[in-house]
Write a protein that binds this ligand. Structure first.
Ligand code: S3P
Length: 461
């Protein structure tokens, strides 16, 4: 019998059992993109007046950002939206009038909230503490403290400035800097750009490997001068002119491609599957997972629905984020070699790509994946333990992953380590594994995708 024991209401279930599905069929609407939702709320805080954000993600991480925006002095209204998404109405007094919060700003589980708010606070004339849950307190912050200090802000953190909580005292104006990021990180780049808004001159960030560019697109849409110049070697230099006003606007958030990745892999590895996924963000800096799966032989059809040009300050607008509808069908996958630049481009999708690799013919290598140790959990250890428990052949050697496929997966207990991307990856594995797959600590899925388990139930034909 195909059954899924979804987490009951009330206390989160300690585990969920996923049984194999005979078929996968249906249409999915994704939560609004998490990265874009965070940035939209933050820029709404900096813009005086009313901003509207349509179809934002409603995961716990985005709610953490909304909470911090309210704590800093904006009025935040969260309204029911389409499917699992919500609309936000944010009315801000503008960054000149924001207030010092009385208590620590709670970023929950969200690294993006903590690091980007550090950049914002660096340019505000107040002191605030950024904190979060046990997982967030284990994540590195020296990577943002160093550039923000170089700009003149005062920052202190636990363990010799290495872990949250982080106390930030802003300074105005900040000094513009020229900074090369040591690891590819859109969070670090964005923190520096947000501080650069309040610098007396032009701030430059050099990324040796280009990362997601949502901050740049959205700042431009809100009237800020941001330039991106290829560095000629696969990276980019991003420049922002300080002193510009961020304008209030209305914007729409596309569906999250990192959430789409679970359904793309589910259908590609399942022997009898066809899934439609509507309104997926296909920004070139986020779509690597689609292209990697296609390179492995996945049958993915893509129909562009907007070119994502421009924005509209009077009506529902977008901020230059391209969107497409996807259809994915059962596929016969081949192994692939994924290098460090592609790892950076698909950083959040590597766990579910590892699952795809267990079903691909040949040896998949994923090189330079060390950053996965610093996510919501140690994802290198977590993915290896979970997939190995299900019968996959997966080895970690330093920062590299090797997977030999195809492997016949058999249901077994797995542990999400309270990490949303691991919980969803193991649940998808359960759709093709023989017998019962147990996903430990499944409630973490709600960090980015609160409707995940009900969508999983719905597509089992
Ligand atoms: C994000 C950037 C990535 C990613 C995270 C969201 C963002 O982190 O893993 O889930 O919204 O900027 P890094 O840029 O630190 O790798």
């Amino acid at each position: 019998m195909d059954v899924l024991a979804a987490p009951p209401g009330g206390a989160p279930a300690a585990s969920v059992t996923v049984l194999p599905a005979a078929q996968l069929r249906g249409e999915l609407r994704l939560p609004g993109d998490k990265s874009i939702s965070h940035r939209a709320l933050m820029l709404a805080l900096l813009a005086e007046g009313e901003s509207r954000i349509r179809d934002a993600g409603d995961g716990a991480d985005v709610r953490s950002t909304a909470g911090v925006v309210a704590a800093l002095g904006a009025a935040v209204e969260r309204l029911p939206g389409n499917g699992g998404s919500v609309d936000y109405r944010v009315v801000s007094p503008g960054d000149e009038a924001l207030r010092a919060p009385a208590v620590a700003l709670d970023c929950g589980n969200s690294g993006t909230s903590l690091r980007l708010f550090a950049g914002i606070l660096a340019g505000l004339p107040l002191t605030a503490v950024l904190d979060g849950d046990a997982s967030l307190r284990g994540r590195p912050v020296a990577r943002i403290i160093e550039p923000l200090r170089a700009m003149g802000a005062t920052l202190e953190a636990r363990d010799h400035d290495s872990h949250p909580p982080v106390t930030v005292t802003g300074r105005r104006p900040l000094r513009p800097i020229d900074w090369t990021t040591p690891v590819p990180s859109a969070q670090v780049k964005s923190a520096i750009l947000l501080a650069g808004l309040r610098a007396g001159g032009t701030t430059r960030v050099h990324e040796r490997v280009a990362t997601r560019d949502h901050s740049e697109r959205m700042l431009r849409a809100r009237g800020v001068a941001v330039r991106s110049l290829p560095d000629g070697a696969g990276g980019a230099v991003i420049e922002i002119d300080g002193g510009t006003t961020v304008q209030a606007m209305e914007q729409r958030v596309p569906g999250d491609p990192s959430a789409a990745a679970f359904w793309l892999v589910a259908a590609a590895v399942h022997p009898d599957a066809e899934l439609g996924i509507r309104n997926v963000g296909v920004n070139p800096t986020r779509r690597a997972v689609i292209d990697l799966l296609a390179r492995m032989g996945a049958d993915i059809e893509e129909r562009s629905t907007t070119q994502g040009v421009g924005h509209d300050r009077d009506g529902p607008g977008d901020v230059g984020e391209p969107v497409a509808d996807l259809v994915v069908r059962s596929s016969s996958l081949e192994a692939v070699d994924i290098g460090p630049a592609e790892v950076a481009a698909a950083i959040d999708e590597i766990p579910v790509l590892c699952l795809a690799a267990t079903q691909a013919r040949g040896r998949t290598t994923i090189r330079g994946a060390g950053e996965l140790r610093h996510k919501e959990s140690d994802r290198l250890a977590g993915i290896a333990a979970g997939l190995r428990a299900l019968g996959a052949r997966i080895e970690i050697d330093g920062d590299d992953i090797t997977i030999d496929g195809p492997a016949r997966l058999t249901g077994a207990p797995t542990d999400s380590l309270d990490d949303h991307r691991l919980a969803m990856t193991f649940a998808i594995a359960g759709l093709i594994a023989a017998g019962r797959t147990n996903v430990g600590r499944p409630a973490s899925a709600a960090i980015s995708y609160p409707g995940f388990f009900s969508d999983l139930e719905r597509i089992r034909a």
